[in-house]
Design a protein. Structure first.
Length: 158
């Protein structure tokens, strides 16, 4: 899939994703600070990526994890600082929500600390029933020596 607006393109072609740009941004972001290049590369393999390009240079990105039938999780949304405030993140999210493989889904989710207004413009709302959601969250997973949330299958028994 591809959308064009003047010199700007949003594409789902994985060959056009610039791992260096994506990793460079995410490793400094508040939600994935310190993430390794290898983890970013692995995350891209199992997801539908939306790459925002200006004259062939990657300037933004969205990663969608979905079964393409019932559910989608929107992650790693960014537009480089020099392109912010020009409507590119809104257009990028409009491309995401209009993708043919993501139509008719029962639920979309995302997490954000600072972009509620952007997501509201494309139909996202606060959780209507937060009491039914649960999570396993390890915010320090990318820190050196962070403990795992995975218990051993045999408990404490050898």
């Amino acid at each position: 899939m591809e959308w064009t607006k003047g010199e700007f393109v949003v594409t789902c072609d994985p060959q056009r994703q610039d791992l260096e740009v994506i990793h460079g941004f995410l490793a400094q972001s508040y939600w994935a600070k310190g993430i390794s290049r290898e983890t970013v590369a692995r995350s891209l393999e199992g997801a539908l990526g939306f790459t925002l390009l200006h004259q062939g240079r990657q300037i933004g990105f969205v990663r969608v994890i979905s079964d393409r039938a019932t559910f989608a999780y929107v992650a790693d949304v960014f537009v480089l600082p020099e392109y912010r405030g020009q409507g590119w993140s809104k257009w990028l999210m409009q491309c995401v929500t209009s993708h043919p493989d993501l139509q008719g889904l029962r639920r979309w989710l995302l997490a954000t600390s600072d972009a509620h207004g952007l997501y509201a413009k494309v139909g996202f709302t606060p959780l209507k029933n937060p009491q039914v959601f649960m999570e396993r969250h390890n915010p320090n997973v990318y820190a050196q020596g962070a403990p795992s949330l995975v218990p051993s299958p045999g408990g404490d028994k050898p």
